[in-house]
Design a protein around this ligand. Structure first.
Ligand code: NAD
Ligand code: UDX
Length: 452
């Protein structure tokens, strides 16, 4: 069997590397129009940082895993074609700011229709609005060659930073297909790929629309938990309750469960906000404004939390941070990734710069030019924004230090040394609640956590 994946990003690269590792008899090609990205996949410096990914790629690359820009050739050669292109929020026209931009999906469908010479199974790996398979099928069936295509939905549930573990032992794999003999056969073929390493009872098969919608709903439910606990963090700060203690107490109820209850400076990442806005747009489209408003509040609460964190810093530093140095530790949207898409750090840095603070950022994995581009835009400049090569450099002379990403290395910093090098009084804001505030206070900091 030969498969290919169009889109060599955070999903396409790791997912296909895992399939290649677990199914050495399947030839796997990962293709992308971005030649720089493909070159990086073929080098020692992979374009995606993920613990364990290097090792998986090293084992399979050149054996049955290939990264190439030859999109047409890969389409022609493959029995199964995964589509893992980006589906960002639309920034123009109807649905701007909410709907998913499906132009990359559509362009891939057109290319497949044009280039394929034999029947194929097309697998939606990208997260897309429910009913997208219909569009893809429409475009594919307009091919002049009379070829038959089956379209499946197989959303990806991996989280960045734990992608390899998630792919190796997923809670479930979801495959949606048409309830026709051809659809059922295509589903079985894809089940056969995953069944090489995933127990059958973890492979769920549904109709197409349930599968497409389940992905949006899963992300909406996860993000909702974070917004819920973050809303309570504000109440904790006002009342003296401790949000981690509250989360622990409620999470012990087996009906609630302990996961995804970590209060934070706000969720980031390329998925949660985009997918909820997409859900909101769909609800509006289908005439369900109350449902749309309900889910939109999850995003509104998240925005509020990010601004609330920066506002608290300003308020605590005597209502002015103008020309004060503030160290921001962490810029990625979570630990163990170099991805900064929708990172809360972007919002925090912008709010502080708007108050004329001098912001010094340190992140172990995000390059300096990426940080500047994210905060200031492609051509923006601001002399108050600087990038440090270490946490110790970032905090030198600072009035305050804000932890925005929960990188493990921040837990083991020498906080006495940090305190000594800062301007007094020295303030610490733990946006992830990863530090022991009592110990920091002993060191001399005025220390604040989220919901504390
Ligand atoms: P990404 O931006 O990292 O990668 C997408 C890649 O597709 C890019 O390299 C781009 O060059 C390529 N591409 C776009 N159009 C192309 C075309 N016509 N031909 C060839 N290549 C093309 O995106 P990602 O983070 O990997 O996400 C991909 C999809 O998976 C999105 O729909 C996303 O919502 C979903 N998803 C992402 C995650 C995640 O953790 N990042 C998790 C689950 C699902
Ligand atoms: C998410 C989903 O978890 C995954 O299933 C889906 O495939 C893609 O979207 P990802 O965005 O990569 O994955 O990471 P995730 O671990 O979900 O974290 C998202 C954001 O929420 C991060 O900024 C994280 O720090 C934050 N978060 C997570 C919290 O603030 N509190 C929590 O309790 C959990």
């Amino acid at each position: 069997m030969k498969i290919c994946c169009i889109g060599a990003g955070y999903v396409g690269g790791p997912t296909m590397a895992m399939i290649a590792l677990k199914a050495p008899d399947i030839e796997v090609r990962v293709v992308d129009m971005n030649a720089t990205r493909i070159a990086a996949w073929n080098s020692d410096q992979l374009p995606v940082y993920e613990p364990g990914l290097d090792e998986v790629v090293r084992q399979a690359r050149g054996r049955n895993l290939f990264f190439t820009t030859e999109v047409h050739e890969a389409i022609r050669a493959s029995d199964i074609i995964f589509v893992a292109v980006n589906t960002p929020t639309k920034t123009y026209g109807v649905g701007s700011g909410r709907a998913a931009d499906l132009r990359f999906i559509e362009s891939v469908a057109r290319t497949i229709a044009e280039v394929a010479t034999t029947p194929k199974i097309i697998v939606e790996k990208s997260t897309i609005p429910v009913k997208t398979a219909e569009t893809i099928k429409d475009i594919l069936s307009a091919n002049a060659k009379g070829l038959k295509f089956e379209v499946l939905s197989n959303p990806e549930f991996l989280a960045e930073g734990t992608a390899i573990a998630d792919l190796e032992k997923p809670d479930r794999v979801l495959i949606g297909g048409e309830r026709t003999p051809g659809g059922a056969a295509a589903v079985e073929k894809l089940v056969g790929v995953y069944a090489r390493w995933i127990p059958r009872d973890r492979i769920i098969t549904t109709n197409l629309w349930s599968s497409e919608l389940s992905k949006l709903v899963a992300n909406a439910f996860l993000a909702q938990r974070i917004s819920s606990i973050n809303s309570i963090s504000a109440l904790c700060e006002a009342t003296g309750a401790d949000v981690d203690e509250v989360a622990h107490a409620i999470g012990k109820d087996s009906r609630i469960g302990p996961k995804f209850l970590k209060a934070s400076v706000g969720f980031g990442g390329s998925c949660f906000q985009k997918d909820i806005l997409n859900l909101v747009y769909l609800c509006e489209h289908f005439g369900l404004p109350e449902v749309a408003a309900y889910w939109e509040n999850v995003v509104k609460m998240n925005d509020w939390q990010k601004h609330r964190f920066a506002a608290r810093i300003v308020r605590t530093l005597f209502n002015t941070v103008a020309e004060k140095k503030i160290a921001v530790l962490g810029f990625a949207f979570k630990k163990d990734t170099n991805d900064t898409r929708e990172s809360a750090a972007i919002s925090v840095c912008r709010d502080l710069l708007a108050e004329h603070a001098k912001v010094s950022v340190y992140d172990p994995k995000v390059p300096a030019d990426e940080i500047k581009r994210d905060v200031l835009g492609a051509n923006g400049t601001d002399a108050r924004l600087s990038i440090a090569a270490s946490a110790y450099e970032a905090v030198e002379g600072a009035h305050a230090v804000a932890i925005v990403t929960e990188w493990d290395e921040f837990k083991t910093l020498d906080f006495q040394r940090i305190y000594n090098s800062m301007t007094k009084p020295a303030f610490l804001f733990d946006g992830r609640n990863i530090l022991d505030l009592a110990k920091l206070t002993e060191v001399g900091f005025r220390a604040y956590g989220i919901g504390k």
